[in-house]
Design a protein around this ligand. Structure first.
Ligand code: G16
Ligand code: MG
Length: 217
């Protein structure tokens, strides 16, 4: 049988959250805003524009649209500087095993990410070729928890939503998968991702038997 397997990028395939954090923190510093690791949690799965609004909100900073554009460009340039240093050693534990198993079983593998930098990141870590389709921040206008990114992904795989399985590390992403009527698999802490259908600490916890069951369901 065939299902659609849809993967989030940041926090699921690679840990780019640490680079987003460094780049946002640099911007926050120049604006005199205190921005901590805890604050960064709120930005996971959230669009770039919305992330800036959250940070400005933390410091009660108001700015013109023009000024915001400038800050967004600056942040992204700094972020790309970090991305440029990435290689396949940054792929998260167990990811390759799962991707290769799904490929060997002829299952569609789709990326469903809020990031506009998804393609260059997949290229840097050498796995762009494993994806049948990419749906990213350049393709959709509604941010997670809106289901748009995953709905487009399932359509690209020619699979109905109920035959689609989403791997997500963020609360907003799990909600997006649930809103799409798809199976949601949380990667991370069960206490945080309690809205997911099932949660694993990482991909090493996902067995081939489990994946086979999903394929044949
Ligand atoms: C990711 C991150 C977010 C980031 C967003 C946009 O989403 O989790 O923190 O703000 O992409 O990224 P960019 O600035 O590269 O367009 P996901 O959906 O891959 O987890
Ligand atoms: Mg994510």
């Amino acid at each position: 049988k065939t299902k659609a397997f849809i993967f989030d990028l940041d926090g699921v395939i690679v840990d780019t959250a640490k680079y987003h954090f460094l780049a946002w923190q640099k911007l926050a510093n120049t604006l005199g805003i205190n921005f901590t690791h805890d604050d960064n949690e709120q930005l996971k799965g959230v669009s770039r524009v919305r992330s800036l609004e959250i940070i400005l909100g933390l410091g009660n900073v108001e700015a013109t649209e023009e000024q915001k554009e400038e800050w967004l460009t600056q942040k992204n340039e700094d972020y790309l500087g970090y991305i440029n240093t990435m290689d396949d050693s940054e792929i998260l534990p167990g990811v390759m095993k799962v991707l290769n198993f799904l490929k060997a079983n002829n299952q569609p593998i789709i990326l469903g990410s809020a990031s506009k930098n998804a393609r260059p990141i997949l290229e840097k870590v050498n796995i762009l070729h494993l994806f049948d389709d990419i749906v990213d921040g350049n393709d959709v206008s509604n941010a997670k928890p809106d289901p748009e990114v995953f709905l487009v992904g399932a359509k690209k795989a020619n699979q109905p939503n109920e035959n689609s399985i989403v791997f997500e590390d963020s609360v907003a992403g799990i909600q997006a998968a649930n809103n799409a009527g798809m199976m949601s698999i949380g990667i991370g802490e069960a206490s945080v991702l309690h809205e997911a259908d099932i949660v694993f600490n990482d991909f090493n916890q996902i067995s081939e038997e489990f994946l086979t069951e999903l394929i044949n369901k």
